[in-house]
Unconditional design. Sequence first.
Length: 438
Amino acid sequence: MLKNFGEALRSAFRKIANAPFIDRDLIKEVVRDIQRALIAGDVNVKLVLEMSKRIEKRALEEKPLPGMSNREHVLKILHEELASILGQGRELPLKKQRIMMVGLYGQGKTTTCGKLARFFQKKGMKVALIAADVHRPAAYEQLKQIAEKINVPVYGGDGSAEKVVKEGLDKFAKYDVVIIDTAGRHALEDDLIKEMKKIAKITHPDEKILVIDASIGQQAGKQARAFNDAIGITGVILTKMDGTAKGGGALSAVAETGAPILYIGTGEHIDDLEKFDAIRFLSRLLGMGDLQTLIEKAEEAAKGKEKKIEETAKKMLSGKFTLLDMYEQMELLSGMGPFQKIADLLPLGGKLKDEDVYETQKKLKKFRIIMDSMTKKELENPNIIKSSHIKRIARGAGVETRDVKELLRHYNMSKKLMKSFSNKKMQKKLMKQFGLKM
């Protein structure tokens, strides 16, 4: 996992942050630590050594900016140089376009087609898919199953890939975004190159995106170069970034080719596709969180519910919220994805133990089941819940009475905390901070 890579980098940063003073020996020691972390993360050795020299030279020779301490200056240099080897990302524009997806077998290309379709769909665009892999058995069926989950149409048929693409483009002429899933091979062979060139000529794609499995590490750079030489790729999506120690190697290798990294696949779920940003990615590795992505996820989950969320927020800040309001907040949280992914976006979230995150998620799930067993009257007036109610609720939810009591304790503690913000001055400040009106 990338956790070990991140922990090694965090340890190097902590040495600077906790040192009583910064000198040449400390900088050399930290640079060596970072070298080891990057090489263990499968980043190219030559690239690591070049970056190390730059860090050392800048840390020893550059003067800090006005108002910045020497310690902050060195941390800033480390952050900038690490981000530079990961490359610059680019996001696809929200416009009418045709996207051609290419890559070798087993890289996650078909699944990524579905994820990308979902990405544009969430932005309010009309999306369609074309199954142009006519060589792999069941390729069309696989794409169709993915598309059905998100209610996106797919075109596939018999005959050559060029024929299928032509017919699909005619069928989906009025769609905003058409994504073409092309065939792969075990290696970049002549017949694959010829087919890709023919499809590109028919399609005139706005984007030619290469999908690469991040677990291949530095080999990602060779693949990116080979495909770019063949058809001129416009961007790369790295898959399986959630489960590989070679993620840093793949990112840096692709960045070396000059191909912009568009998105990274962070899991198996259809929504597990994130736009790549070197600064954000590095911040998460270093345990600094990624609040911008967290905000974006919250906004996405809240789409169409803004008015209700604002009303609930006002109630909560005034200490007048009910169990029903708390339930709605849990629903919003679950819409943002698995709790571990949310925790990773919080500053120092990466330090949370897996078992703690698992227990918290399990508890929240249990709380929601218990609340599903309550009547609307009980949810709106938790004070009426007495011993007899607790027994009935526990039976209905298939839990112990102590679990129901724990939920009520959690609710009362939350309400008590919110009441501490009940004075008008504090409320006004918080409302302003959350962009709400009194």
